[in-house]
Each structure stands twice: as structure tokens, then as C-alpha cells.
Design a binder for this molecule. Structure first.
Ligand code: FAQ
Length: 139
């Protein structure tokens, strides 16, 4: 994809689409996305499941990494760490991803996840491999 639009990035990630994750803005220095979730994504404690939060962060973070790749390259997540600061209990969670490191062999992206009251609910730092031969891996 050359200069992909947010909808094109989202369409390339079927798992994220299945959860209801959208990509809202896409630029190399900042990608945003969101998840308007319902009770079927909750834990037993009726809060948004951490796996759903990590999925949102990974989708938006991977899109951010993708926009920072050299021509012809692709990427795959190889490490991800999330701190969960407070439970998400209702509404939409918004993700904002920014690149921390753009190397020849790996990219590191940080993603902040905020609730409807603009409180930081979680933060993810993920490492994305830079795969030079994009024909061997989908973005
Ligand atoms: C409760 C605590 C863990 C600790 O709180 P602290 O760090 O000491 O922070 P602080 O004192 O600043 O209070 C902050 C807020 O917390 C509230 N609060 C405090 N104590 C309690 C309490 N005993 N009970 C209830 N609530 C308590 C407190 O009232 C305040 O809210 P307020 O300002 O009043 O509205 C908090 O960090 C938290 O909820 N994190 C999110 C955890 C989460 O949602 N994980 C994902 C789901 S798990 C999963 O899916 C697994 C998985 C993961 C990945 C993959 C696969 C599976």
C-alpha cells in the first residue's frame, strides 16, 4: 500500500475488524484508532478485557510501524508489554500510537489508551520486526 488511508489499513487487519477496532487517523508520526465495545468483550468483573485493550493497541501500533517502514518492507509484532492503569467500564477506548524508535531491523511504538473521560487506562510498548521481503508476510 502506498500512502494508505485509515480505512485501507483497517481492512488489512481482519482480526481487529472482527473486534470492532477502527483506524481513525493515519500519519507516520501519529496513528489513532478506537474500540466502541460492548459487554461481550468484558471480563468476569464487567470491565473491558485486557486482551481486547492489547488488540486495540497492537492494531493501531502495527499500523504506525507500517507507515514508518522502508519501501517494500512489511512488519510483524515480536514483543508487546502493556500496563493496565485503570479499568475501562463503558464507552469507547481511543488509542494513540507514536514511534519511539525507527531502526533498520526493528521499530518500537508506544500506544496510549484513553477512556471517554480522557483518562489513561493503559499504555502499550510494542516491538515490530522490519521484514524486508514483504511478499513473505502480509502487513
Ligand atoms: C485496581 C488497580 C489494579 C490498582 O489500582 P492502582 O493502580 O493502585 O490505582 P489507583 O489507586 O490510582 O486507582 C485507580 C482506579 O482503580 C480503582 N481501584 C483501586 N483499587 C481498587 C480495587 N481494589 N478494586 C476496584 N477498583 C479499584 C480506583 O477506585 C481508581 O478508580 P477511580 O479513580 O476511583 O475511578 C488498577 O490499576 C486497575 O483497575 N487497572 C486496570 C486493570 C484492568 O482493567 N485489567 C484488564 C482486565 S484483566 C484481563 O483482562 C487479563 C488479561 C490481560 C491481558 C491479556 C489477557 C488477559
Amino acid at each position: 500500500m502506498t500512502n494508505p488511508q485509515p480505512a485501507e489499513l483497517a481492512a488489512a487487519m481482519p482480526y481487529a475488524a472482527r473486534l470492532g477496532i477502527t483506524i481513525d487517523e493515519a500519519a507516520p508520526e501519529r496513528v489513532t484508532g478506537s474500540l466502541a465495545w460492548e459487554a461481550d468483550l468484558c471480563t468476569v468483573g464487567k470491565t473491558l478485557h485486557g486482551g481486547a485493550l492489547m488488540s486495540l493497541a497492537d492494531a493501531v501500533g502495527a499500523a504506525c510501524a507500517y507507515l514508518n517502514l522502508p519501501p517494500g518492507a512489511s512488519t510483524s509484532t515480536v514483543e508487546s508489554k502493556t500496563n493496565f492503569f485503570r479499568a475501562a467500564r463503558a464507552g469507547t477506548v481511543r488509542a494513540t500510537s507514536r514511534p519511539l524508535h525507527m531502526g533498520r531491523t526493528f521499530v518500537v511504538v508506544q500506544t496510549d489508551l484513553h477512556d471517554d473521560d480522557n483518562r489513561l487506562v493503559a499504555q502499550t510498548t510494542q516491538t515490530q520486526a522490519v521484514l524486508p521481503d514483504s511478499s513473505r508476510r502480509a502487513p
